[in-house]
Design a protein around this ligand. Structure first.
Ligand SMILES: [Zn+2]
Ligand SMILES: [Zn+2]
Length: 149
């Protein structure tokens, strides 16, 4: 199957960003209803498969992911982080595309998304009138600000 090329992931250098990008990758694979495979994660993040295995073990220890023979799954906490990452990145895409009218820069998105707190994200979402779809036509996870809007 062809990988959609519209959401490219860039792994940052900071440890926390690194962790969040792995969670984001797993979240995205799940959204596409594909099996979460080491090779798919490696390809998405442009890293080597042994690095993926090493990180999955770490995420398993931190209770963000369950990683065993049955496969790779996000825990409730991991799911929460993934959802908020995707909400951040897709809102940033809408901001660039429809408000700022600049070209969507996925590398910039992948940097900024890790530094947005809830207040900032909800304010951005409200300014953009709680968009439901990203410019690439993906669903944007709803936040508290979206209730009743
Ligand atoms: Zn990122
Ligand atoms: Zn909202």
């Amino acid at each position: 199957m062809d990988q959609p090329n519209d959401e490219i992931l860039f792994v940052g250098t900071a440890e926390a960003e690194h962790v969040e990008m792995y969670i984001k990758a797993i979240w995205l694979i799940k959204e596409r209803e594909e099996e979460v495979k080491i090779s798919t994660i490696a390809k998405m993040l442009n890293v080597r498969q042994p690095s993926v295995v090493q990180m999955l073990k770490k995420l398993n220890d931190r209770n963000l992911v369950t990683y065993n023979k049955a496969g790779v799954k996000l825990t409730e906490e991991g799911e929460k982080i993934g959802t908020s990452m995707m909400r951040n990145s897709r809102l940033l895409e809408v901001l660039m595309d429809s408000a700022l009218k600049v070209e969507i820069d996925e590398e910039m998105v992948c940097g900024i998304e890790h530094h947005m707190n809830k207040q900032f994200t909800d304010a951005l979402c409200t300014m953009l009138k709680h968009p439901r779809k990203s410019p690439h036509n993906h669903d944007i996870p709803m936040g508290e600000c979206c209730q009743g809007n």
